[in-house]
Design a protein around this ligand. Structure first.
Ligand code: BGC
Length: 549
């Protein structure tokens, strides 16, 4: 496999609104990121994905862009960006920008023009149909995918919020304009892109109604938008005209089909890797938060294996536990009262999988979900929609809030907990989204003072992944799950040449006896201190990373 600079990288995601506020307006900013680059460097991070910071009316917190080449004033200026980029590059941290090109904001000039008249030159840049509701599809954040516009007696298509009209990728001018914008950012010297919602850029069956699947009388739009045949033409054109001209790293947000791994991430693939959801979406039925499902380790392992096994020496993956769209992993998989060992174990369970590991801000100190007492305290449009939907389906306010607590995107969007001062050092003024007062002891400051903290464990995991002795194995080694039918243990081997590493994780609070036959050469990591390890007696929540034969 051709070696790439990011093969041994560990990446970190920043949600800029909630990371660090340096001008005390209650909103995080680019200077805040620059200020914390040393912290990230110290942790061992060398790739930084930053969620959108472009000009935006913020209906979906920046995932609704009104100007791709401007920084939104709440985050700072282009000069702040350039300074951040320069300092990051000096530290050996490559910056990845969030590329949101399925849609723009409805306040983007292109859309303002498009809605003017049926014969406007930009009319075809978006998806318009005559009349009020050309089909019964539901948008991601609730309601119809169609928004009626009186001016021309027609409706535009929005897969996400009505403030996020979908671009028409069938239009060559649209594609060329996007490609020019991509290259404009790449020429600034960024390290690459995380590519938002790219699996839904092509639409089909727009004239069809789908079978109603909920009380709102609508049907999910996903089958008409996800990985529609022909999308590969758009993606290969994009790769050819933009990404392939630069030595960068790209990650598609896409639940690619198992058989398409090579097509998407192989040597001539559209991207370098993808963020997939097979294991993360198991907690609800069809994405309805009021239809929760209980965690089942066997099912979880199966989902992970289904993403890991198709990988070969030509393809790559991104591995992750948290991002800005999902709840906190400790709350989700272990419960808030679980012990520190369990949090370390959860980290180790994904960190040594095949692919590039991503850490989401605050994950490294064990931040948990946030409990707001009323729906009005939430900012996230998905939370508000899912709350309304639960009420519509007959649940009480308490029940609906319970669903939102488990699933809200605000769980990972409330302010980062840096230190023990006011607002955890995030801002000197009231933050845009209320802080979490339930876990005041969880701060970076406290974690740095305690060598046994989760933060130091993450640091150890990063060092191990990058160590001279094991970096080839963790980058290029094969994946093999063992004990796949064991309901308590999640264990796998990574194998490279004559080297073998075994990762064993006990997901329960009980001692688990095994019958393994490996000779342990060296203990590379153990989340339980001063423990005489026995490979066949795995302590409650124990995690072992072992050099074996
Ligand atoms: C992003 C979300 C966003 C959506 C629309 C996603 O997949 O991660 O945060 O709401 O795309 O842009």
């Amino acid at each position: 496999m051709k070696k790439r600079w990011w093969h041994n990288s560990v990446a970190y995601q920043v949600y800029p609104k909630s990371f660090l506020d340096t001008n005390n307006d209650g909103i995080g900013d680019l200077r805040g990121i620059t200020e914390k680059l040393d912290y990230l460097h110290e942790l061992g991070i060398d790739v930084l994905w930053i969620s959108p910071f472009f000009k935006s009316p913020m209906k979906d917190n920046g995932y609704d862009i009104s100007d791709y080449k401007e920084i939104d004033p709440i985050f700072g200026t282009m000069r702040d960006f350039d300074e951040m980029l320069e300092k990051a590059n000096q530290l050996g941290i490559r910056i990845l920008v969030d590329l949101v090109v399925n849609h723009t904001s409805d306040e983007h000039d292109w859309f303002e023009e498009s809605r003017q008249s049926k014969d406007n030159p930009k009319r075809d840049w978006y998806i318009w149909k005559d009349g009020k509701q050309p089909n019964n599809w539901r948008s991601c954040f609730g309601g119809s995918v169609w928004e009626y516009d009186e001016k021309t007696d027609s409706s535009y298509f929005h897969y996400f919020h009505k403030g996020q009209p979908c671009l028409n990728w069938e239009n060559k001018e649209v594609r060329d304009t996007i490609f020019e914008m991509i290259n404009w950012w790449l020429d600034k010297g960024i390290g690459g892109f995380r590519v938002d919602a790219i699996e839904v850029i092509k639409k089909t069956r727009l004239d069809e109604n789908f079978e109603v699947d909920a009380a709102d009388g609508l049907a999910s739009a996903y089958p008409g938008c996800r990985l529609v045949k022909g999308i590969e033409l758009f993606l290969s054109e994009m790769a050819e005209k933009t990404f392939n001209q630069y030595d960068i790293m790209t990650i598609a947000e896409a639940d690619i089909r198992i058989e398409d791994q090579e097509l998407w991430t192989g040597p001539n693939g559209f991207f370098d890797m993808a963020f997939q959801f097979k294991s993360s979406k198991l907690d609800t039925e069809l994405g309805f938060w009021h239809r929760p499902r209980t965690f089942d380790l066997l099912e979880y392992k199966e989902a992970i294996a289904s993403e890991q096994y198709p990988l070969n020496d030509q393809t790559w993956a991104a591995v992750w536990l948290e991002n800005h769209d999902v709840p906190r992993s400790i709350t989700k998989y272990l419960g808030n009262d679980s012990p520190l060992e369990a949090h370390k174990m959860l980290g180790a369970s994904y960190f040594f999988l095949r692919g590039t590991p991503f850490i989401y801000q605050g994950q490294e100190i064990g931040m948990r979900n946030i409990r707001y007492s009323s729906i009005v305290q939430y900012d996230d449009i998905a939370s508000i929609d899912q709350y309304d939907r639960a009420i519509e389906e007959g649940y009480t306010n308490e029940q609906a809030l319970g669903f939102v607590y488990n699933r809200s995107r605000d769980n990972t969007r409330y302010p980062m907990q840096w230190d023990n001062s006011k607002n955890y050092g995030f801002s000197k003024t009231d933050p845009w989204l209320e802080i979490n007062t339930e876990f005041p002891e969880i701060t970076v400051e406290n974690a740095l003072k305690d060598q046994s903290s989760l933060l130091y464990f993450y640091k150890d995991m990063i060092s191990l992944r990058k160590s001279e002795e094991f970096k080839e194995l963790f980058s290029y080694g094969t994946f093999e799950m063992i004990l796949d039918k064991d309901p308590s243990i999640f264990a796998y081997l990574r194998i490279y040449d004559d080297k073998k590493v075994l990762v064993i994780n006990n997901f329960t609070d009980r001692l688990v006896l095994l019958n393994l036959d490996y000779k342990v050469n060296k203990v590379l990591l153990n989340n339980i201190e001063n423990d005489d390890i026995n490979i066949n007696e795995i302590r409650p929540y124990q995690s072992l990373v072992l050099d074996v034969e």
